[in-house]
Design a protein around this ligand. Structure first.
Ligand code: SIN
Length: 464
């Protein structure tokens, strides 16, 4: 290992899978220049042609689905079944935006005099820089690259230092599919160095980031001098409300699907479980029965349900939240077992369920990013809604009820960008994903997801 390389660790056992070269600052600036120079011809290419190249990229990814999933599991620790699912999920963004490329419409506005015409058209913003996280190394990349390329922007990405191999592979497949090398590029170095180079650059016209709220705020501040467009998909702290008339078995099933996805390392996963006091005994008994069945281990084993945490810092945060809750009176229903080795550098936490949690505990204040369910009981719906909204975050929220009036009331009052009603898995390429409050700016996915890559240009024609 040297100062010039980034070691990629397998979180399942701490072994080093590979070391990759860090790009020098000069090389990163050269790549930015190339991406900027490539913009004119890519933007001019007709949208149908760009769409067909995106489809070919998607097809190449499909052909190599197993290889990509294997790399993803090795570097991120997520289970192989989740990685296979993520490859499909990643492709769904490319397929969706291949279609949207052909639907970037302008409009004609009726003028206020006979000799005038007013036309509005949409133009790509220019070179886009993306910084992506380790928890979804494929989907978070395509969710940004696909709309950018579809809109006619060129694209440069800095993947997370923990998981660059999936991104490097996807960029290679884009080139194999015929997307020019300067149109989509990857750079590798520390987040701070690349973030500074990206934000200082006048040639980069937009920054899109998925990651923590503090880093997002720094990127926004540093983008101000060059007035870059920003899209930010930041932290979450999702509540999951189980109302007294919910289908309890279904709610348990969906709680598990949401909470333990990627070992709980998901921005939108359920983080605070609020259950009506009339049903909390039945709900928690059924939940614990199922949580105890979950198999913890190396994600490469097909029967693993919950893989390792990404690193020691992630592990320490989760372990601290569990200890803090127990020290302050929470009841442990299952879990709180660790299989970790700081010397060998691997960290597993067994799925943990805590009851009698209250608002004073750290687990109720901060995003957990780990396989822990803290449960709180409530009596009155407004109390559950107040607790849900009592956070600076507003990314995702879930509620379970079979009463449409209760559902309408909860939906109307929750301050979150993504809401699942009887649904623990709302993510989809065709729907707008993003948060309110300190969870971010902008939306990714759906028809909304291409807008942040477009400028509005207005032409007024006179003297006709
Ligand atoms: C995330 O962790 O924010 C991504 C999850 C998703 O797209 O469902």
């Amino acid at each position: 290992m040297t100062d010039h390389t980034i070691p990629i660790k397998n979180p399942a056992n701490g072994s080093i899978i590979k070391e990759i070269e860090k790009d020098t600052p000069e090389k990163i600036r050269d790549q930015i220049e190339q991406g900027h120079n490539a913009f004119k011809s890519w933007a001019r290419m007709d949208a149908h042609h760009r769409a067909s190249l995106l489809y070919q990229w998607s097809e190449r990814i499909h052909e190599q689905k197993n290889e990509i999933a294997e790399v993803m599991t090795l570097e991120s620790g997520k289970t192989i079944n989740e990685s296979l699912g993520e490859v499909d999920y990643a492709r769904s963004y490319i397929d969706w935006y291949a279609e949207e490329a052909k639907r970037v419409y302008g409009r004609r506005i009726p003028a206020n005099s006979e000799d005038k015409r007013i036309l509005v058209s949409k133009k790509p913003v220019g070179l886009v820089a993306a910084i992506t996280p380790w928890n979804f190394p494929a989907a978070m990349m395509t969710r940004k690259a696909a709309p950018a390329l579809a809109a006619g922007c060129t694209f440069i990405i800095k993947p997370a230092e923990e998981t660059p191999l999936t991104t490097i592979k996807l960029v290679q497949l884009a080139h194999d599919a015929g997307i020019p090398e300067d149109v989509i590029q990857c750079v590798n170095h520390s987040g701070k160095l690349v973030g500074d180079i990206f934000t200082e650059s006048k040639q980069i016209r937009k920054i899109t980031f998925t990651g923590s709220t503090p880093v997002g705020k720094t990127l926004i501040k540093n983008s101000a001098d060059t007035m870059k467009r920003v899209s930010m998909e930041l932290g979450g702290h999702a509540p999951l409300i189980v109302a007294k008339d919910a289908d309890i078995d279904f709610a348990v099933n969906q709680t598990i699907a949401s909470k333990f996805r990627n070992a709980g390392q998901t921005c939108i996963c359920a983080n605070r479980i609020l259950v009506h006091e009339n049903i909390i005994e039945e709900y928690s008994r059924k939940l614990v029965e199922q949580v105890k069945q979950l198999k913890v281990g190396n994600g490469m084993n097909e029967d693993t349900d919950v893989g390792p945490l990404i690193n020691e810092a992630g592990f320490n945060k989760v372990a601290f939240q569990i200890d803090n809750a127990l020290d302050n009176g929470a009841e442990l229903l299952c879990g709180n077992k660790y299989d970790s080795d700081s010397d060998k550098n691997y960290f597993y936490i067994h799925p943990t369920v805590l009851k009698n949690v209250d608002q004073s505990m750290r687990i109720m204040q901060e995003e957990t990013f780990g396989p822990v369910i803290p449960m709180v009981s409530f009596n009155d719906l407004d109390e559950a809604i107040d607790i849900s909204n009592s956070t600076p975050f507003g990314l995702a929220a879930y509620f379970f009820t079979n009463d449409y009036r209760t559902a309408t009331y909860i939906h109307d009052n929750l301050e979150f960008g993504i809401i699942g009603w009887n649904d623990g898995a709302p993510s989809a390429a065709h729907a707008p994903f993003g948060g309110m409050k300190e969870s971010g700016i902008g939306r990714e996915g759906g028809t909304e997801g291409i807008e942040p890559y477009l400028e509005t240009k207005y032409l007024s024609i006179g003297n006709l």
